[in-house]
Design a protein around this ligand. Sequence first.
Ligand SMILES: Cc1ncc(COP(=O)(O)O)c(C=O)c1O
Length: 373
Amino acid sequence: MSASAGVPFVDFRPHVAALRGEIEAAVARVLDSGWFILGPECEAFERELAAAFGAREAVAVANGTDALMLALESLGIGPGDEVVTSTLSAAFSGLAIRRAGATPVFVDLDPRTLNLSPEAVERALTPRTRAIMPVHLYGHPADLDPLLELCRRHGLRLVEDACQAHGAQYKGRTVGTLGDVGGLSFYPTKNLGAFGDGGAILVNDPERARRLRQLRNGGQSDRYKHELVGVNSRLDELHAAVLRAKLRHLDEWGRRRRALAALYHQELQGCGLELPEEQPYARAVYHLYVIRHDRRDALMAALKERGVGTLIHYPIPLHLQPCFAGPGGQAGSRPVAEREAGRILSLPMYPELAEEQVRFVARAVRESLSGLK
Ligand SMILES: Cc1ncc(COP(=O)(O)O)c(C=O)c1O
């Protein structure tokens, strides 16, 4: 695709065009089946997803927020319990904890990856802490070994927010499967995205998987017998069918994102930006490609003028969000997150981006930076 008219932050048209035949066949299969909720497509998707990620089971739900909320509930975590998590994430990570009835404790970050800092986690533990919830932000795995060690020492659960990290690996193992439960989101922009909302929980304990299937379906143990106070968080058959078709491409899309990240890296080296660095323990899948610069807002405006779409993930650390306001949440309390939230900028990153478009963006970044001096 030509970059002469600029590069949007995201463009689904080439994605849909490339997949149209497969998607239409999947949709037709569901229409012809006459079965629309919790049927053979959902069951097959759960099996295929679990196999692709190396989990014993996967439970499909309506979105990533529910995946995390139900994951916590399935572990018996709720009112009176604290869950330690990263302060730089989609607010939905924190909302899932609150909606499960527990209290999120937002901690500061490892400045290299912007994932939660194990030292900050350790300092935040209290007798009420029940779980640690790392977020594999931007598709780069959090450093899990120190967190797993903390969990072992303190009898805590590890709940992975892998919503942005489909297929990323930590020391050779797929993230989302290393803790007690992992949550995935299939929001359209995610590496595996639906044409609407969707989510799933990865789980290695079959009894917990059974409980999660009950919780997502109103808590029913048998038809019309509600044993638990569940929710309605089912993935419909249409989306399960679409996601099955797309799942077959996830590895190839992950490799493409990595290749595009390498090209950005090559084109942007030495121009005074901080670039994302893959850590030795990580195989990142670049859900987002996030650069850092002290004059981020001016850079963002200059890129907009050159037709390059960018976004900020995320401008407000969660401890400063009005919905999470409370004691311990004052400005200045998480210095790394507060500083970096003012420096981060996400460049266009999706598998259908052409090399020419990446070069266009990189050139625009270089020109914008020299214009700022
Ligand atoms: C890190 C993270 N956690 C949780 C969520 C929530 O997922 P969803 O939007 O599918 O509810 C998202 C996506 O929005 C996310 O990026």
